[in-house]
Design a protein around this ligand. Structure first.
Ligand code: PEP
Ligand code: MG
Length: 540
């Protein structure tokens, strides 16, 4: 057995025989041509045909995978109609006296390079689209029939590169999974694989010609490829695939439905995310919004403090993608187990009880203000909530709100547009539960962080695996604290959600609903299972 690593861009498991795909090689020379006018005609005819091919692909994909996936081919057709690119090709043909093939290759490559040098990863990924449309024109010029690019048996397709056009031309009923050597998570090939629900691994550097024809497993959950797996692995992954099918059926059945009990009580089931890459999964699982965006991951992934602009881009993207649904952005909850080197935090005896979350924000105000400014700017693009973590007193909440107000006033003075937003806090400590009545008067919402609330209520370090025998996640003290928080919140018109892991504990869903919780925020994959339980309840 051989194990290869890559980057998963579409989850799931695939088991089957590998087929190696090789893209056509275009033999292009730089010989001088005689008749530039007829070469230009050849190019214009090929361009026209390539545009028609893209529109045909649009129709096929629309029927097979829906509007969102098909859109790219309309965009490709528009890119091919772009006169700047067309004129650049014609200029090379007429001025340099080169063949249509040579001119297309040069002009499109130059344009692709412009995109690849851009800072924005989305724009960088567009360079692959330029290469894709270049191949569409070259195929016509070389008379290559791409419709022959089809498998005849169920296949895991392995390729150095795979364009969206190539991906969509594959027979979906026979395509088990995709492995590519290059590619980017934002590329439309990755987007297509996700929408076709096909496991896909990109950037797999170990691809080898000897894989052709061998049995393999793609583990899209762990970004792994197993070539010639053992019988035991085949058995356990087959089971996993069966479970996935059951989950997928559940998904189809519950997407677009209300999260309402039989007696008509509706709550929101939102998703927790750690970064922009989780958005697809949030949408796929039909979450009612984002109840917790753990922004500290942006800090953890950086080598230095992320700038206001970098953060603004991420928050804007998330807020815009989910609008009009609400996105709750939690301010940086760094410290304890989440350490960013560049912050130079002192090692501590008891990090969980140490300098973390809001404590860092309130004492390192420049860093806090940078984040608040980025969040406030994003508020102009959708429905946003700002949430402070680890609050233990009214004084802390007031201070945090005051800094937020300062940022807001700065923007008003500068004429920068900001939108409406809600302000809330996490309830993660017994202190916050006991002061919930007071805190609620100054918040639009509470979100109960049951992970830390359990740790601090039971005095059980959540990082210490040896303490597991002592951990009762349904401990009456924790449940009582949750009930008290919901009641205190509601007495002051403050809505209350649960965003810790307990929110996805299906054996507690009924208890939480009876307590009156307004929102459960869970990992994206748990949204529909929770919805299913809620729809089966009758609180009568
Ligand atoms: C929690 O404590 O329950 C929570 C959601 O926050 P985190 O897990 O990020 O500490
Ligand atoms: Mg917490």
């Amino acid at each position: 057995m051989y194990v290869a690593k890559g980057k998963s861009v579409s989850e799931g498991v695939a088991l089957g025989r590998i087929k190696l795909y090789k893209a056509p090689v275009y033999e292009i020379n730089d010989n001088e041509i005689e008749d530039a006018a007829s070469e230009t005609d050849r190019f214009m005819t090929a361009l026209d045909k390539a545009i028609h091919v893209q529109m045909a692909l649009y129709d096929v994909t629309l029927a097979a995978a829906g509007d969102e996936s098909a859109e790219i081919f309309k965009v490709h057709a528009m890119m091919l109609e772009d006169y700047v690119l067309r004129d650049a090709v014609i200029e090379i043909i007429t001025e340099q006296k080169k063949s249509a093939e040579y001119a297309v290759n040069e002009a499109f490559n130059a344009q692709a390079e412009v995109f690849s040098l851009m800072d924005d990863p989305y724009m960088q990924a567009r360079s692959e689209d330029i290469h894709d449309i270049k191949r569409a024109v070259l195929d016509v010029l070389f008379g290559i029939d791409q419709s022959s690019f089809k498998e005849t048996e169920p296949t895991i397709l392995v390729a150095d590169e795979l364009t969206p056009s190539e991906t969509v031309k594959l027979d979906k009923t026979l395509l088990l999974g995709i492995i590519t050597g290059g590619g980017s998570p934002d590329s439309h090939t990755a987007i297509l694989a996700r929408s076709m629900n096909i496991p896909a691994i990109i950037q797999c550097k170990e691809i080898d010609e000897s894989w052709d024809g061998r049995i393999a497993i793609i583990d899209g959950y762990n970004s792994c490829v197993y070539v010639e797996p053992t019988d035991d692995m085949i058995e356990s992954y087959s089971k996993k695939m069966q479970e996935d099918v059951e989950k997928y059926n559940l998904l189809k059945e519950l997407k677009g439905r209300d999260s309402a009990t039989a007696d008509g009580r509706t709550i929101r089931i939102c998703a927790n995310i750690g970064g922009v890459s989780d958005i697809e999964s949030v949408k796929d699982n039909d979450a009612d919004g984002i109840g917790l965006f753990r922004t500290e991951f942006i800090y953890l992934e950086s080598e230095a403090y992320p700038t206001e602009e970098e953060q603004f881009k991420a928050y804007k993207y998330v807020v815009e993608s989910l609008a009009p649904k609400q996105v709750i952005i939690r301010t940086c909850d760094i410290g304890a187990d989440k350490i960013a080197k560049y912050m130079n935090l002192e090692p501590e005896e008891n990090p969980a009880l140490g300098y973390r979350g809001i404590r860092i924000c309130l004492t390192r105000r420049d860093f806090f203000k940078t984040q608040l400014r980025a969040i406030l700017r994003a508020s102009a693009y959708g429905n946003l909530g700002i949430m402070f973590p680890m609050i233990i007193s009214l004084k802390e909440l007031e201070e945090a709100r005051q800094i937020l107000d300062e940022c807001k006033e700065e923007f008003i003075r500068e004429g920068v547009k900001i939108g409406e937003y809600q302000v809330g806090i996490m309830i993660e400590t017994p202190a916050a539960v006991l002061c919930a009545e007071e805190l609620a008067k100054h918040c639009d919402f509470f979100s109960i962080g049951t992970n830390d609330l359990t740790q601090y209520t039971l005095a059980l370090d959540r990082q210490n695996a040896n303490l597991e025998p002592f951990l009762d996640t349904h401990h009456p003290a924790v449940l009582k604290a949750i009930g008290m928080t919901i009641e205190a919140g509601h007495r002051h018109n403050t809505w209350v959600g649960i965003c810790g892991e307990l929110g996805s504990d299906l054996s507690l869903t009924e208890t939480f609903l009876r307590m009156g919780v307004d929102e459960l925020s869970v990992n994206p994959k748990s949204v529909l299972p929770v919805r299913k339980v809620i729809r089966g309840l009758d609180l009568g």
